[in-house]
Structure formats: C-alpha cells, structure tokens
Write a new protein. Sequence first.
Lengths: 336, 336
Amino acid sequence: MAATIKDIAKKTGLGLATISSYLNGGNVREKNRIKIEQAIEELHFEVNEVARGLRTNLTKTIGVVIPELNMVFCAEIITAMEDILRNHGYATIVCDCRTDQKREQEAVEFLMHKRVDGLINMPVDKTGGHLKAYQRMGKPLVLIDREIEDMACDNILVDNQMAAAQAVDLFIEQGHKNIGLVVGPQSISAARERCIGYKNALSKAGIKVQEDYIYYGKDDMNSGVEGIKKLHRDHPEITGVFVANHAMTIGAVIGLNEENIQMGEELSLVGFDNRQFARACNPQLTIVAQPTKEIAKDAAERILAYLNGAPRKDHTVEKIKTRVIMGKSIKSLNKE
Amino acid sequence: MAATIKDIAKKTGLGLATISSYLNGGNVREKNRIKIEQAIEELHFEVNEVARGLRTNLTKTIGVVIPELNMVFCAEIITAMEDILRNHGYATIVCDCRTDQKREQEAVEFLMHKRVDGLINMPVDKTGGHLKAYQRMGKPLVLIDREIEDMACDNILVDNQMAAAQAVDLFIEQGHKNIGLVVGPQSISAARERCIGYKNALSKAGIKVQEDYIYYGKDDMNSGVEGIKKLHRDHPEITGVFVANHAMTIGAVIGLNEENIQMGEELSLVGFDNRQFARACNPQLTIVAQPTKEIAKDAAERILAYLNGAPRKDHTVEKIKTRVIMGKSIKSLNKE
DNA sequence: ATGAAAGCGCTAACAA
DNA sequence: TTGTTAGCGCTTTCAT
C-alpha cells in the first residue's frame, strides 16, 4: 500500500497539519521541511489526489466535449489544450459525441458525474440544452469554435466572416466573378458566419449574390463531393468555389477527381484547414487555415484562470483571425 | 450542495448501509427500494464517484498514452476506445507525448498520480522503462500497435509482416520487379516487422532484396517527401514504392507532386492507412489500411475484462489483419 | 435485510 | 509555526 501523510507524520514526529501545510506550499520551519522531504523520499509518498479531491471538492480534471475527434481540427486543438492543462496538473477527459445531440447531452452528464472542475465544449448546434444543468453548478464553461444563443459563457471563436472574405477576395483578385460556396449546416454558427462573410465580400466587390451558387450541405466528406459536383453541373459558368470547412474540402477534391475536372484549370478551389492535406493535393490547394494552437491556448488559459479564482466575466467573445495558405488551385483570369 | 446518501437515509428513515447496498445492487426490501428511488428522484441524488473512489481505491478512469493524437490512426483508435470505455462508466484520460520518450515517462507518472485503474499505451519505442513503476502497482496494462522487449503484458498488434507482404504482392501481380520501400525507424516494432514482411515477400517471389531500395526514415511527413525523392533519384529503375506508414505516405504523395512525377504512371505507389486521404489523391491511392476500430475494441475489452476480475494472462499477443483498399496508383507492367 | 460505527487520505478550523 | 480534531461521502465489517 502506498504511504499516506499519516506515515510521514509518524516518521517525522510532526502533526498531520504540518505535513499538509508543507504539501500545499505553507510555511514550515526549515529543519522540519528537510525532515519531511526526507520521509517523503524514503517512503515514496505521493499525495492521494482522490482523497484531496473529496475534501476540496475539486478533481483537477477538465472535461472536453467535441463533435468528432477524427476531425483534424478537433484533434489539433485537443493536443495543444491537453498539453497546457496537464502542465498545470489538470487531467483532460475527452468525450467524442459523434456530432450527435443526444450523445452530447450524455457526455456532459457523464462529465458532471465525474465531477470535472471545468468544461470546454465545441457544441454540436446552436441550442445549448445540454449545458443547462452543468451551468447551474456554477463551474466554469468555455465554448470553442461555435456560439450558442443566449448562453452566458466565454467563447473562443474564429473570425469566420473574415475567413470567408479572405477566400472570396483571393478569387476576386484573380479576376473571378462567378464564385460558388459549399458550406455546412446553418444550425452551426461557424457555417452561418462563413456564409455571411462570403455574401458580404461579394457585395463589397460589386458582385451580386446568387443564392443558387451556394450549396448548403452537411459537415462531412460526402456532402462535399455532392456539393462541388452539383455546383459544377448546374452552373458551368462558375469558375471558382470556396469550400467552407475541412471535411467538405476533402470531399470537394475527391469530387473533382471523380469527375476528372482539373483543379485550378477548369475549376478553381479554395479549401478550409489542414496544411498537410492542402500540400498533398495536386496542384497544391489554397486554403484558409484556422489557428488551432491559438484557439487551444486561449481556451485552456481562460478556464485555468477561472479555476484559479479569476473573476468570471462570462459572455466574453474572442475572435481569432484565420490565415491564407497559398497553393496553386486558383487560376488567374486577369487579362495581361 | 448536492445530496448525499445521508440525505437519502434521513428522508427514507433507513440506514446508510441500506442505501449503499441498494446503490451497489444489493438486496433491499421491495417497499424500501421504492422509498429510496423516490428520495433519489426528489433530491436529485447522484453518487459521488470521488468519495466512492477514495473508499474503493478505484477511480473508474483509464489512462491512454499515445505518441501523437494528430495521427489519424491514433485519433481513430481513441475515438472508438473512449466510446466503449465510457459506456462502461470509465473516463478516458488521453496523454499525447509527441513521440518523445521523456514526455511519455511524464505522462505515465501523471496518470499514476491520477490513480487510473488501467493503462493503455502505444509506446514510442521498444524500451519500456516508462512502464516499470506502473507495473509494480499491479494494475492492468495493454500495449497497442507496438511491442516492447521483455514486457509481460497484453499486446494488441497488427499483422505488420502481412501488411507489407500484401503491398509487395500487389506490385508483383502487376509485373513489378524493382520495388522500393520507404519505412519508419527500426526502433519501432511495427516498422521493423513491415520491413521484414517486405523482404520476405520479395524473396518468396524470387526477387533479390536490394538493401539500397529501402529508405529508412522517421515516422513523419518530411521524411516521406525525402524518401520518395531519394529513391526515385538514386534508382530510376524502381517502378513501384511501398510507403509503410501514413505520415510518410502523405509525404510521398507531396514528394511526387513536387517533382512532377505522375503517380501510377511514372512511379507506382502503395501507401499506408487513411481511406479518406487515399480517396482524395489523384489518381486514387492504393493503400494497406489498419483496422483501427478492431484494435480499439480489443484493447478496451481486454482492459475491461481485467478490471472486472478476469484472470491476468499477460504477454498475450494478438495480431489483427490489415486490408488492401484498391486505388489506381499501381501501373500494370504485364504484357498482354 | 438493516443499522451503527469505523475509516479511506486528505484539508481546514481552531487552539496552543 | 505546529498539533488536535472534525469531517468530505462513501463502503464495509459486525451486530442485530
């Protein structure tokens, strides 16, 4: 059996409180400190976090609920987040809810049972029912990537309007006028915002928005395959398409291959996320990339701050800027 | 504050032991059962797993240590594993050690502190020093994807020799004789096995193994870029290359693009893992794919069995078969 | 089947 | 600064 503070107390002849105080960074007389450290060393003592947790009502554990761990975007965020949290002594329990509302609800309940100290969530949709019970407990909550209506909590978002505008501007610079959009479900705030950004950028450039140049699909690969094919079939006059999320971007590239449409020649493309994939495309795909590390860092630091007693601001919205990674998938239509 | 069993006891007029017994599936008189269930309902009682954990010395938590969560292979396994474990009431704490031995050691120590009930590890290399202390605690351990020398524990592996042989056979069937290999570091058992499988398959077909047709690199993208370029440059007579892990496969595709080498024409390729990526390649990439779901399922079920008191066998090695996903990246060299 | 009581390992009041 | 003591919420003997 592992040693307890009782053993340390016995070995050093000190009281329990002194040991506990030492363990929690309190003031202990120099020579006692040495005695304690020696005893800890000899007995291989390690604090029992479970017992401490029972007492303090803290588990040093953060719950993370995401739609799909298989989405590179999610995996990158979690990797970076977990790293930071662990360096601060927090364990990260990840729950993948497979883009399913019911599973998301269950995941949050599960994490409440596990008594996590804080929750980070990339919500499946804009209703926030699954978080109501959690919020009643008064524990910190940080939402990433997507907003929820009327939810009083912190939001770490990407500037999605800007992301779409960046993509549209790339096309416009190269002389494109008929620009299509393949975008995810409008129940997700990020997709809505990207749609708005696309429309605004067109309007700003004096180009009329054609509602049927927009393909509204699901946030998955097959929907991307469908979308690009449909847009190209129904509107051969479209010269460039912006695909507004990563799964659909993969799908769009597959769709072009399947139809033998030469990307960057016959049809120009701007995708979303994942530099590795973009680089492996032929020709290299131009993308708008999200700063996953920054999102992760901000979310982790925000929740750590609250856990350390920072005053809760709630409803803080932070928007991080995206970046264009240039490839060769846009044809220039400019006359020399 | 949340309700405790004391509150339930008070409300029902029963003793603590009775409530506890009910909670743990013990025998309780019918009418008391109803009273208890009513009280639980009214007070929104939920067992405090932390307190239970202190008493039982069990946390209902499994630690998972992997080299890179960003590797799709890892993400897929974890997704499937977490799902199963959670359905059995276990939380999964994932630690990404960035393919770094020191970090791996720290991750295991961290998880020991957190007092996980079991550990699943995809080890960074073949030495197992980071697991020694953990094993002394007598808690269950399952290794996935890679073996460790002289480690007495269960192994869920892929039949890597067969995987490589499958790839080589594909080339041979199409009349290829000069077949290259781009493979990861030999300190990883999976890479070693794939190398052996490659050599054996060649020998079996009566083709002499050329040591300089093999590029030994790292398990990352850049190494794949390098590898394919070097093999093609130094040995233009090579007509087909098997790339023996996913990161290097992406790299190889990038390398071909950068050098303007037409995949499946000028040089045939068989990659490793990830159907989505393979499908998005142009032409579609033929790959050997690992059954991530099966690996996850077997690992999760194995550790759950031990946690439920199944007798420890240790040093059980299980090898799961890989599968070929046909694309169009192999040119036929057979004369009609 | 049920109740009383002890204790898991720790922290936090309080006293000294 | 240090020691004493009382719990945190649960399980688990041991009686009854």
